[in-house]
Ligand binder design. Structure first.
Ligand code: NAD
Length: 350
């Protein structure tokens, strides 16, 4: 049984699915959108286009839909699609509350249809390289992980600038970055959440945020996203008790990890005059007492996500992006909004 995919919301991301799903061997058969211009575009790309949801859902042979609309309508479209016999992959964020997600999962259980979320950034190279260095213990016990994405675009476009449609950076990039980090610690609880959500430009939604998560017997996690930050900081910065990892960007062209090299050269024994003043701890380290390592090579293949869905349809595989993982991220996001609103850290067990 192959996957015959329909696309709901043929905008930026819907178009992406239409172009990329075939690379994973998936047949894209139909698209539904409320914007006639996007439907014209779908037709031009050889996809049968519908302006009526009920008719779209009856498209002959279609068995799977991907939902790539603004976030506020993910829930109703997911439930309607499953009710019509479709398996569903909904774009991130799956929806805007845990209660809504629970309703979507209940419908999936009732109908027996697959329900998953397009958490494609689990396959990003930078994330997998960072994870490999950390999980192989290359920099010892990890104390702090900083995950950061900075851009300079500033203003949001379209629905992304309105809270009622699920705009803002927590629900945009944040969802990916929290999913990545929680995925590394499936059995370790988040015990404390502190979040600052800000608007740098005059907007109704967060265009800059900083979130700090405390893990029970795990590293401190820092996630920062800025849309108006003109100097880049590394995508990843990880401190371990045996070294430090830095990955500058998504392509992993620059970065590495550095560890102490044990030599006879004394470190921090004498006070050194530096531009920071007289210091021992902050003095430059003699080069022979440290060692640079290149980032490891990691093969990632995002088509694994679609291939997994075909495997699940055929009963041969378990879902990679599982409902309980999605729920955990949404639970965290609710607390993030609460922390920001009340301007305090919140104790949790997530
Ligand atoms: P977009 O504005 O480019 O496209 C949204 C499309 O949905 C538009 O064509 C619009 O006409 C259509 N639409 C709006 N309401 C609709 C409705 N009720 N029924 C059918 N169609 C409707 O937005 P986008 O950037 O493509 O984002 C869409 C979704 O994809 C969002 O949930 C977003 O978070 C997600 N997204 C995910 C990634 C990723 O990497 N996984 C990247 C970008 C966007």
């Amino acid at each position: 049984m192959g996957m015959k995919l329909g696309i709901i919301g043929y905008g930026g991301m819907g178009y992406w699915h239409g172009e990329y799903a075939p690379r994973a061997g998936v047949e894209v058969v139909a698209a539904y959108d409320v914007d006639p211009k996007r439907l014209e575009m779908a037709k031009d790309n050889g996809i049968e286009a519908y302006d009526n949801l009920d008719e779209f859902l009856k498209h002959d042979g279609m068995n799977f839909v991907v939902i790539a609309t603004p976030n506020d309508v993910h829930k109703e479209l997911t439930i309607k699609s499953m009710h019509a016999g479709m398996h569903v992959m909904v774009e991130k964020p799956a929806t805007m509350s845990v209660a809504d997600w629970d309703d979507m999962v209940a419908e999936s259980e009732k109908t027996g249809q697959i329900l998953t979320v397009h958490q494609n950034r689990r396959w990003d190279k930078d994330y997998n390289v960072m994870r490999k260095v950390v999980e192989e213990g290359k920099i010892g016990e990890v104390l702090s992980i900083e995950s950061r994405v900075f851009g300079t675009g500033g203003a949001f476009f379209g629905w992304r600038s309105f809270p009622e449609y699920g705009g803002g950076m927590i629900l945009d990039w944040g969802v990916h970055l929290f999913d990545q980090l929680l995925g590394m610690y499936p059995d370790i609880k988040v015990t404390n959440v502190y979040a600052k959500l800000m608007t740098v430009l005059d907007q109704k939604v967060d265009d800059y945020f900083k979130v700090t998560l405390t893990l029970e017997n795990g590293p401190l996690l820092h996630v920062e996203v800025g849309t108006y930050a003109f100097y880049k900081l590394p995508r990843w910065y990880v401190i371990g008790n045996e070294g430090t990892l830095q990955i500058d960007d998504f392509d992993c062209e620059k970065g590495g990890y550095m560890k102490p090299r044990y030599t006879d050269t004394p470190v921090a024994e004498v006070v050194v005059m530096t531009s920071a003043g007289p210091t021992r701890m902050m003095a430059p380290r003699p080069p022979e007492t440290k060692e640079d390592f290149p980032l490891p090579e990691v093969e990632t293949d995002w088509t694994e996500l679609y291939q997994n869905l075909v495997g699940v349809m055929e009963g041969k595989e378990d879902l990679i992006v599982k409902p309980h993982q999605v729920r955990r991220v949404l639970e965290l996001i609710e607390v993030i909004f609460q922390s920001a609103e009340e301007d305090r850290s919140i104790e949790v067990r997530i």
